[in-house]
Design a protein around this ligand. Structure first.
Ligand SMILES: [Ca+2]
Length: 139
């Protein structure tokens, strides 16, 4: 009898970076990367990459408006990052959020899966479309 044993290793032990990934604008995207506390992560959006918030085209830095509706407290506080632009690229590891925008290097505070998403009001992701290509580098 032959037993096949598959060794499962956390991704941080593998030499898998840089990794290309497309962040879909309407959901939290699981990159499949597990990180540990202290892990240094760089996320860089592809130059010129854009996505849409209904009809507003923007890049990974997102868009902002002085329109009072977008600045109502209950609207702002329903965003992942209340004080950051709509559609700014963000990262999440467990309960920790990291503002990314077009490019950011940050250090994980806890272990968990690395998720990427567009900063938006939780009930208004449905009108987002497109995805932004990013390069993820674990250091
Ligand atoms: Ca939206």
């Amino acid at each position: 009898m032959v037993l096949l044993v598959k060794m499962v290793k956390p991704l941080w032990e593998n030499n898998m970076t840089p990794m290309n990934f497309i962040v879909k604008s309407w959901e939290y995207n699981d990159t499949g990367i597990l990180v540990k506390p202290g892990q240094v992560i760089s996320v860089v959006a592809k130059t010129g990459a854009t996505w849409l918030d209904l009809t507003t085209l923007c890049d990974a830095d997102g868009w902002n408006s002085s329109n009072f509706i977008y600045n109502l407290k209950f609207v702002k506080n329903s965003k992942d990052f209340p004080d950051e632009n709509f559609m700014m690229l963000g990262a999440r590891i467990g309960s920790d959020l990291y503002a990314v925008g077009k490019s950011k290097t940050f250090t994980a505070k806890q272990s968990g899966k690395l998720e990427l998403f567009a900063n938006d009001v939780s009930w208004m992701r449905w009108n987002n479309s497109g995805g932004i290509s990013v390069e993820i580098i674990l250091k």
